[in-house]
Design a protein around this ligand. Sequence first.
Ligand code: SF4
Ligand code: MG
Length: 333
Amino acid sequence: DAALLSVRGLEVTFPTRHGTLVAVDDISFDIAAGEILGVVGESGAGKSMTGNAVINLIEPPGRISAGEIRLAGERIDDLGSTALRRIRGRRIGMIFQDPLTSLNPLYSIGYQLAETIRAHLDLSAGQARERAVDLLDQVGIPDPAARLDAYPHQFSGGMRQRVVIALALCADPELVIADEPTTALDVSVQAQILTLLRRLCRERGTAVLLITHDMGVIAETADNVAVMYAGRLIEHGPATTVVQRPQHPYTVGLMGSIPRLDTEVDRLTQIPGSMPGLAAIPPGCAFHPRCPHAFGRCQRERPDLMPAESTRAACWLHAASGDRGPGPAVLRG
Ligand code: SF4
Ligand code: MG
């Protein structure tokens, strides 16, 4: 069946005085209705940029310089700002890390929900209020009718994020983009919010683009996963397979960095070094300076996604034998 969201060859570039920086480099993926695709990687990998490109919210002078984005078959990457405003909120809902970027502290949540509902749907004030109560109930706000007149600061962080989810689902969008939706929350609250998000999207057939730096979130929530590194997709496959048998050395490193519930660990301590800046992406495989398995070819030729067990990975270790070039001689350090 056809994908609800289809992204093909997406490229996002930023012109600078020193040349053009490529923030998202030739990315393709699909999300079906009711599916959660997790996009994971360290900060600076291009995850948020990919999500922002889908709703055409790239800050100028950055721009989508190549590729196509389709929602239910229609191109949306080349729409004008009026058409885009109609899509955002109505057909594509958005959830961000900090609930306070989505909620206005000066207005009651009932007012904000009703206003958003009426901006997208042709309903009376009374009907919008009823819908707001119903949505708050669906996201697990106790005694929702009595909470309509409460202000954002009167809710806990977790309850506020539930309100933000209600806001994102106001107009029954086909797609929700959730960028680090639980990062600001306590670990125990995170799990509840992710369970809620997954249940609501399953029930409604909503597709979700879930952006996170945390493989634990992927393991708990996503159907499929796209791992990003330095603007590229470097592993792509079913979430359970990628979590249990990651095929790209970077994904293996990410798996080693799942924080335990009871300890605050320094994430990604297992992978030495750090993500390169956009102006200094290494030639060949961009991961090679950090990769414990790098061999000669890795420094010269850039790998594309290739079949690797039941996922696809952009890594020369998975090249068909005979196509692997000299090596692999393992480099240390
Ligand atoms: Fe490591 Fe080479 Fe694979 Fe890149 S291509 S991840 S450097 S083994
Ligand atoms: Mg981000």
